[in-house]
Design a protein around this ligand. Structure first.
Ligand SMILES: [Cu+2]
Length: 211
């Protein structure tokens, strides 16, 4: 009779244990915290860092980076860029914010067709809504009828004393799927005359962007 009662109590205790714990008269047996010892690697800095969304520029061989500098004096490693794209009613607005670039200087900025790569030329020509029929891979469009900021996305900037700048462009079309894959920062503002339209000097940096 007594052993049966003991067995009953033990069973009841087991049932309660599943829900809320049992035998709480001995707190030293509680061991529920080993999981916290596995989390020491979560202290790495978030990307984006607080205060600035987007990507930090790294060197072209940095596997962690989504933005690459080919000229560290103009676009230092660790300077930051954010590209936002908004499509609404068949129109597209692209906004660029950069911080920490070389101060007080002009840059040309465009949306390009191919992803960034180790070489500045890897990002290919400018994305055009209506492609210039005269353009070839060797001779990109320089016809102002096609190489203009209505048919391409231009985001030229001039940095302030801190190296910060913003630009925004709205066009009356949307990107073709996988047609545009990067934003390239060039050495000077974009030219517009026939034969040189769209040129903006050397490619200093590139941002991978999935438009
Ligand atoms: Cu460009």
């Amino acid at each position: 009779m007594k052993t049966r009662t003991t067995a009953f109590v033990s069973g009841a205790c087991l049932a309660v244990l599943l829900a809320a714990g049992c035998g709480d008269d001995d707190g030293t047996t509680v061991e529920s915290a080993p999981a916290t010892t596995e989390r020491t690697d979560t202290t790495t800095l978030p990307n984006p860092a607080p205060g600035m969304s987007g990507d930090a520029f790294g060197l072209p061989d940095d596997p962690e980076a989504d933005a690459f500098t080919y000229d560290e004096s103009a676009v230092p490693v660790g300077s930051r860029v954010d590209v936002e794209t908004e499509e609404e009613d068949g129109r597209t607005t692209v906004t660029l914010s950069a911080t920490g670039l070389a101060p007080n200087r002009d840059f040309g900025v465009h949306v390009h067709t191919r992803p960034c790569g180790p070489q500045p030329s890897d990002s290919g020509p400018h994305y055009q809504n209506t492609p210039d029929p005269a353009a070839t891979p060797e001779t990109p469009s320089t016809d102002p009828a096609y190489a203009n900021p209505q048919n391409e996305v231009w985001l030229d900037i001039t940095t302030d004393a801190n190296g910060d700048a913003q630009a925004s462009s709205t066009v009356d079309w949307t990107f073709r799927d996988d047609g545009a894959n990067s934003v390239v920062i060039h050495a000077q503002h974009t030219m517009t005359a026939p034969g040189e339209a769209g040129n903006a000097g050397d490619r200093l940096a590139c941002i991978d962007e999935d438009f």
